[in-house]
Design a protein around this ligand. Structure first.
Ligand code: MUC
Ligand code: MG
Length: 371
């Protein structure tokens, strides 16, 4: 049976967050996802998700621009083509459109989901095979309130849901942030690890002063303290401190990865399928990191279940990641648009077994939350 692509539908879906999520550049009360439904002549539908954080505050793609660009420029390249040669189709997309990594990631995900369903195998199997079926997942404390964050963390440790915590800082004055982080680390003690994500908010001098104090307080990982393009600065910080540096916004894809490595950066890379134009690009970056002795971390754009599962299939093909993953996005949202939510337990998440992504849309919920 022919597997020509008949149509690609995109939907903006807004889901509320369970509490305000405060980052240095935005406070989120809802998350907006662009859901992609790629339908083929053989009756198979592939699902994908394009999600960013805080409108245009995180990067150059917004949910609304992704929908327009998918509908106007990207989807027309695929409609009428054979869905089974994903490498060829992604190369065509890259020829027609520069950048737009998040939108492209949704399309690659939908193509992988469709092909997996067609062959009766999981997306991880298509990517070479899963090495793990349970992956560790941390939680982000970002209510903006120290006591509330401590209660939230202690409850999650007691429930055996998470034991690694990432604190979002960089919005408040440095001295306040340092007090906040030290109080949380002291309250949690050795039961939990504490990391921070500054989301590019500091200059290098501020970073040097603050990181010394964070290291002293027992923080174990410092994520993107300075602006994304300052690769040499990130390399200097990684050499200066014992505490590990994690590049996030500064490492979108393997070209950035190579630039950081050439500058002498050591530490870890936050892999995100959204940053790298899809699972294949994120794995390319992971393989480069492995060759250079850079640590791996499975990152999120706070996607819902479809985007999170797509990433999990990719991360499952890698050796155990030194820094685990943060694929908790669905838990930050009050609702879900799939019939079977992900199962979070024992400080991690279970990889759905497929075929394809192994998720199914709940049409009623989708209608309820679609814009
Ligand atoms: C980021 O920059 O890492 C990931 C977890 C979270 O809370 O925010 C994101 C974005
Ligand atoms: Mg980050």
């Amino acid at each position: 049976m022919s597997c020509l692509i008949e149509s690609i539908e995109t939907l903006l879906v807004d889901l509320p967050t369970i509490r305000p999520h405060k980052l240095s550049m935005a406070t989120m009360a809802t998350q907006t996802m662009v859901i992609v439904r790629l339908r083929c002549a053989d009756g198979i539908e592939g699902l994908g998700e394009a999600t960013t954080i805080g409108g245009l505050s995180y990067g150059p793609e917004s949910p609304e621009s992704m929908k327009v660009n998918l509908d106007t420029y990207l989807a027309p390249v695929l409609v009428g083509e054979d869905a089974s040669n994903i490498n060829l189709l992604m190369a065509r997309l890259n020829k027609v459109a520069k950048g737009n990594a998040i939108a492209k990631s949704a399309l690659e995900t939908a193509l992988l989901d469709a092909q997996g369903k067609r062959l009766g195998v999981s997306v991880a199997t298509l990517l070479g095979g899963d090495r793990h079926s349970h992956l560790p997942v941390l939680w982000t404390l970002a209510s903006g309130d120290t006591e509330r964050d401590i209660e939230e963390a202690q409850r999650l440790v007691d429930e055996r849901r998470h034991r690694d915590f990432k604190l979002k800082i960089g919005l408040r004055p440095v001295a306040e942030d340092l007090r906040h982080v030290a109080a949380i680390k002291a309250a949690l003690g050795d039961d939990a690890s504490v990391r921070v994500d500054v989301n590019q908010a500091w200059d290098e001098n501020t970073a040097v002063r603050a990181i010394a104090a964070l290291q002293e307080a027992g923080v174990e990982l410092i994520e993107q303290p300075i602006p994304a393009h300052q690769h040499a600065g990130m390399a200097r910080l990684s050499r200066r401190f014992e505490v590990a540096m994690l590049a996030d916004e500064g490492v979108q894809d393997s070209a950035d990865g190579l630039a950081l490595i050439k500058q002498g950066f050591s530490g870890a890379f936050a892999l995100k399928i959204a940053k790298s134009g899809g699972p294949s690009g994120a794995l390319q970056l992971a393989h480069l990191a492995q060759a250079a002795g850079i640590g791996l971390y499975g990152g999120t754009m706070l996607e819902g279940t479809i985007g999170s599962v797509a990433a999990l299939h990719a991360w499952a093909t890698l050796p155990a990641m030194q820094w685990g993953t943060e694929m908790f996005g669905p838990l930050l949202l009050t609702d879900d648009i799939v019939t079977r939510p992900l199962r979070f337990a024992e400080f991690g998440v279970e990889l759905p077994s497929g075929p394809g992504l192994g998720v199914e849309l709940d049409e009623d919920r989708l209608r309820e939350f679609a814009r």
